[in-house]
Design a binder for this molecule. Sequence first.
Ligand code: NAP
Length: 260
Amino acid sequence: MPILGLGMFSLSDSEAENSTYWALKHGFRLIDTARIYGNEEAVGRGIKRAIDEGYVTRGEIFITTKMWTSDYSDGAAAIDASLSRLGLDYIDLMILHHSQPSNDVDAYKAMEQAVRDGKLRSIGLSNYYEPEDFDRVVNATTIKPALLQNETHPYHQSGLMKEHIAQYGTVLESWFPLGGRGNTQTLFNDETISSIASAHEKSSAQVILRWHLQAGQIAIPGSSNEQHIIEDYDIWDFELSDEEMRSMSALEKDERFSWY
Ligand SMILES: NC(=O)c1ccc[n+]([C@@H]2O[C@H](COP(=O)([O-])OP(=O)(O)OC[C@H]3O[C@@H](n4cnc5c(N)ncnc54)[C@H](OP(=O)(O)O)[C@@H]3O)[C@@H](O)[C@H]2O)c1
């Protein structure tokens, strides 16, 4: 799957449609949305525009959506509803949005059935922060999660979970890769990050995204600004040195910007 994508959290319908379209036009191939964001239909329109205008084909792009906790009791219906809102006949990756021990295994099994039926290409989990909680789902099901999407950025590097899930071949995907809306300046102005950015004549956002990829996790920054979207994809022409990676890793504070 692509290792860099654009996220749709908190974007209005028009923002989500345009951001999806701009992302695909400017090089992104992975889009991350969720039923609870309320913008799956708009994402579907953005995808259709980009395909109709010849920027991408369906086979070249990778669409992720998430099942919300209140839908876990009827996962099959939730999958069909997301497919219909997105206007797709298959979804590349669906993940459970949060741990919910009362019925997340049932929802995961519904996703496994949808893989067998060809509706989902891959499945995974989001917001599992304890190894035991992750294993609870893995041990009760058959298909190993392709990825775990958790809050991850230089101040919360998710080392424990990243190491734990590797035994299953599961990779980490970072949400709030830039710290999240309202918090980005904290990371952008961090002295270590901004001085690495100056040295490479890149922005702090680009340095942080580069750090995610070089550390081995997938990053899905969110943006409703076309220039930021172009900037966030323009990270292939430089590399952080081992020493720069070590100084970024030393920023770990075990500090989350979100409550869940
Ligand atoms: N699984 C979960 O529970 C969960 C939770 C939260 C998020 N997510 C996913 O993760 C994605 C990313 O999270 P997020 O969007 O909340 O946070 P984020 O990517 O860490 O930060 C988004 C903020 O960064 C700004 N930004 C992006 N590129 C920039 C650039 N080049 N220069 C300056 N500012 C820039 C955006 O502003 P502009 O719009 O002005 O560019 C926005 O304010 C979400 O969209 C969603 O898909 C998942």
